[in-house]
Design a protein around this ligand. Structure first.
Ligand code: GDP
Ligand code: MG
Length: 296
């Protein structure tokens, strides 16, 4: 007799309900045309997106305005159902004059918060409000090896106020490992200098192990990634990769790029935290400020 009553099983109980209902995960892609955004999500979720509609063509032409195009997929792994929505933002940063080109993006994000708030405060609110809030914004940085562009800084400044932003160095195969590390360092310094707070965040509630996890992630980010939808056979093994003159880059090899770290981060270690942080920090910030406004 040790007094155990078993309320610790609530973790399984909550999980069971959550899993039965399924959950939404909404990822937004931001970055100039050609940086490999579409390829990257297809590399991360590969097999699950096979039936994806509206696939890009290789000759995608720059658009005049930013078009926000969400595409949803119902995906399932071991009885866990996830409604994955990829929100592409083609046209971003493609113009000669990119003044305020981030506005449609910020508007899309706050519109989802507004829609959620409306349903939540409705007298006849549903039990489960459909969650279209952007949980993660993957921000693609051009592999220039120099620094962030003024536009990147401006947009990051706005985006980080309203959503979890995860910056990635796109097409990292165009940089040598030394160049990548120097570029990472530089980007980190610039983010610090401009006080741009990218995801994940420090929290007062963090314990020792949270802090050390956060530290190791901060060390690794921005992830330098390589995407590919092609497979090759290397030593009898099928690998997803890109062929270069000097050989094949295996995107899933941690010594070649940070792709596996990014995928694990999004799907295995931080998925639940991305959902929670969106609800408890970004949505809450929106809600508090919206409710302070006088009624129209
Ligand atoms: P998006 O416009 O940002 O969606 O870019 P896409 O995913 O359509 O990719 C544009 C082009 O870049 C395609 O020809 C891809 O094959 C290529 N590409 C995508 N990812 C990478 C990468 O990591 N490295 C290299 N070298 N090329 C890539
Ligand atoms: Mg695309």
């Amino acid at each position: 007799l040790n007094g155990y009553v078993g309320f610790d099983t609530i973790t399984q109980q909550i999980q069971r309900k959550f899993l039965k209902r399924g959950f939404n995960f909404n990822i937004m892609l931001v970055g100039q045309t050609g940086l490999g955004k579409s390829t990257m999500v297809n590399t991360i979720f590969s097999a699950h997106l096979i039936d994806s509609k509206g696939r890009k063509s290789a000759t995608e032409t720059p658009r005049q305005t930013v078009e926000i195009t969400p595409v949803s997929h119902l995906v399932e792994e071991n009885n866990v159902k996830m409604r994955l929505t990829i929100i592409d933002t083609p046209g971003y940063g493609d113009q000669v004059n990119n003044d305020r080109c981030w506005e449609p993006i910020i508007k899309y994000i706050t519109d989802q918060h507004q829609a959620y708030l409306q349903r939540e405060t409705s007298p006849t609110r549903e039990r489960f409000i459909p969650d279209t809030r952007v949980h993660c914004c993957l921000f693609f940085i051009s592999p220039s090896g120099h620094s962030l562009k003024p536009l990147d800084i401006e947009v990051l400044r706005h985006l980080t106020q309203v959503a979890n932003v995860v910056p990635v160095i796109a097409k990292a195969d165009s940089l040598t490992p030394e160049e990548r590390n120097a570029f990472k360092r530089r980007i980190k310094d610039e983010l610090n200098y401009h006080k741009i707070n990218v995801y994940p965040y420090h929290s007062e509630e963090d314990d020792e192990s949270d802090r050390s996890l956060l530290h190791s992630i901060k060390d690794l980010t921005p992830f330098s990634v390589v995407g590919s939808e092609a497979t090759f056979t290397v030593n009898g093994q099928t690998v997803r990769g890109r062929r270069h003159r000097w050989g094949i880059i295996n995107v899933e090899d941690e010594t070649h790029c940070d792709f596996v770290y990014l995928r694990n981060f999004l799907t295995r270690t931080h998925l639940s935290d991305l959902l929670e942080t969106t609800a408890h920090i970004h949505y809450e910030t929106y809600r508090a400020s919206a409710m302070r406004q006088p009624l129209p």
